[in-house]
Design a protein around this ligand. Sequence first.
Ligand SMILES: [Zn+2]
Length: 311
Amino acid sequence: MNPIKIVPLPKYCLWGGTRLKTEYNITSDLDRVAEAWMLSPTVETSVIASGEHQGEPITALLEENEDINEVFPLMVKFIDAAKPLSVQVHPSDDFAQANYGTCGKTECWYVLDAEPGAYLYYGFSRPVNREEVKERIENGTLISVLNKIEVKKNDIFLIESGTLHAIGPGILVAEIQQNSPWTFRVFDYQRVDKDGKQRELHVNEALACMNLSCFQAQSRPEPLKAGDGYQIFTMVKCSYFNAYIYRITKSVSITGTSKKWRGILVTDGEMTVRNTKEEEVLPLKKGEFCLVPRNDDEYEIKGEAEFILVD
Ligand SMILES: [Zn+2]
């Protein structure tokens, strides 16, 4: 079976930019595209863009009695923050399971571009207690106790569930996250939408699932393997997903796994992917995503490109 290309789902948010359309080949009538959902199993189900199931939802790839959450447990997105994102937190598996019957959300960002001086907020800069956080949310001074981190291209941030975070302006990231819909906003810069309304905050939920310790989790791609015309780096390994960054100037081969589908997100350049048992090649360029079928076949990738392999 050949790899399967997926149709991106462009999303509007008031903080979004235009680069996903102009640089990442995302087609949309929206004037600003804040996010492009490259793989979305259930919050809104992705549609297949190539092969015999073209035009059908990815559920068409499931075998009988298979649970989509087992086979595609992740969301993969691009995020283009022209303006700052709200300060937010996502629940843990335990919290989300107990309250909503879903998984929680741990996410990881690979910074594709950052303007000079770009920053994000990540956890607290000093120990705090829940009363202080509540008070600072109410009086609008929460940011003064958050850990403000300078962001550079190719930085990696693992945002474990419970960690308060916010992407600052001028940052474009590739994001991998657990397939969960839960985001609790605690501060949105008093911004209003075109109808003059502020977005809803979820202070009680956020306070209940927030991790109050301070910690640091910025990292850089870690070299894993290199060969003629390719380099492989570890992006992240955690209990929910593994991701590797590939930079190729010629070709590289990968293998599928019989356990789950793997994803390929192209972050730069152009390439082709081919199951070595088949003739047909799947062309992919910057801003495109494909699923690698769940089998032990070998896939040959050729081109000059950077991509993230995730499972
Ligand atoms: Zn988040």
